[in-house]
Design a protein around this ligand. Structure first.
Ligand SMILES: Cc1ncc(COP(=O)(O)O)c(C=O)c1O
Length: 360
């Protein structure tokens, strides 16, 4: 790391700041919960995209990691011997890369179409590798996945009978439930989704085909999914760093992520303009929260600039720093090359965002 910084307030900006104590507390809290739960933890790395964090999660007991993209899996493979890509890998270029990755690490992928299974089988057999597949079931989100137990069984049988492939189980993500603010309503939605997923499991098992892994769950639902009978793995990801959106409803995890910005203009006493715009922090789930100083809200973001209004502007001068909390960690982290890791206000390390931009 560049040892010329000792205080985070001296960092050049915009800078992605990670609170090490909060991160470690979050990893330990989840590891402790999952140690007493019926399912295991396979944390989603789509949020943090960082080998240093994945390594800590595995050391704390995670069975492997989940990735969203093939490129993310390639970037994190050196620290993860067991990876689930919780998405479909389609087309000859990607399938070729997947088969090469399989030579390096035990990677499994989701499928929801017969043609994709046939393509994966041909490539795996030609390369002499074995790929584990999870058949994806749409459990209410309306994204990928088959709808019925019969369709899941049909695909499971196709995988089972194909050379180069192993039918490993099912995946279903209750993304429509994870953000429901009221806990009992969130629990009900998660349990309804898991009932659909595990009924597909029972249907397939009744046919004589074993189902080793049923995988689902997010930060908003890990408590329910992690103890739902018939669910084996939980894919929660945001819990490690958290963001303002999740912070409002899942208080047991600490906010570990922020973006440090500099005041570059002060049009009047109630407004400052910072250097953290859309290239540094994302707004799709709402405007970033100003953590410091008090009395400022983010009114808008343009490409290079943040506009922050309120009485807190009065005490700020050009060059002063402000601290923002993103509302969406996954996409904000994807804008940065590195985390500045802090303890208190002291910068103690710099970690690369290894899978940053690996969206292919
Ligand atoms: C398939 C899948 N599993 C798990 C997650 C974990 O999400 P969370 O950010 O709620 O932890 C996501 C998030 O988008 C996802 O797409």
């Amino acid at each position: 790391m560049d040892r010329s910084y000792s205080s985070m307030w001296d960092l050049d900006t915009p800078a992605l700041v990670l609170d090490l104590d909060a991160l470690e507390a979050n990893i330990a809290y989840m590891a402790n919960f999952m140690a007493g739960a019926s399912a295991s933890l396979r944390p989603h790395s789509k949020t943090h995209k960082c080998a240093q964090i994945a390594r800590r999660q595995i050391a704390a007991g995670a069975v492997g990691i989940t990735c969203a993209k093939l490129g993310e899996a390639e970037a994190l493979a050196p620290v993860a011997p067991d990876i689930l890509i919780a998405n479909q890998i389609v087309g000859p270029t990607k399938i070729g890369r997947l088969v090469r990755l399989r030579c390096q690490t035990d990677v499994m992928v989701a499928v929801d179409a017969a043609a994709n299974i046939d393509d994966l089988s041909a490539a795996a057999a030609a390369a002499g590798v074995t790929l584990r597949l999870l058949v994806e079931v749409d459990i209410g989100m309306g994204r990928c996945g088959v709808d019925t137990p019969e369709q899941a069984l049909e695909l499971a049988r196709r995988v089972h009978g194909a050379s180069g492939l192993v039918f490993a189980g099912l995946q279903g993500y209750e993304g429509h439930a994870v953000m429901i603010p009221e806990e009992e309503a969130r629990r009900a939605a998660a349990e309804k989704a898991m009932a659909k997923l595990t009924s597909a499991r029972r249907f397939i098992e009744k046919s004589g085909l074993p189902v080793s892994i049923v995988s689902g769950g997010g930060t908003g639902t890990y408590k329910f999914t992690g103890n739902y009978p018939g669910v084996d793995e939980v894919q929660a990801g945001s819990y490690a760093t958290m963001d303002a959106r999740y912070g409002g409803i899942i208080p047991e995890f600490r906010p570990a992520l922020s973006v440090l910005a500099t005041v570059v203009s002060k049009p009047n006493d109630d407004r400052v303009i910072s250097d953290a715009g859309l290239k540094s922090i994302t707004p799709e789930f709402g405007m970033p929260v100003v953590l410091q100083p008090e009395g400022l809200v983010t009114a808008k973001l343009s490409e290079e600039h943040g506009t922050h209004d309120g009485a807190g502007a009065a005490g700020l001068r050009l060059g002063d720093k402000i601290l923002l909390q993103p509302t969406h960690g996954c996409t904000t982290i994807n804008l940065h090359d590195r985390y500045f890791v802090v303890q208190g206000e002291r910068v103690v390390d710099v970690w690369p965002v290894d899978a940053r931009g690996r969206s292919a």
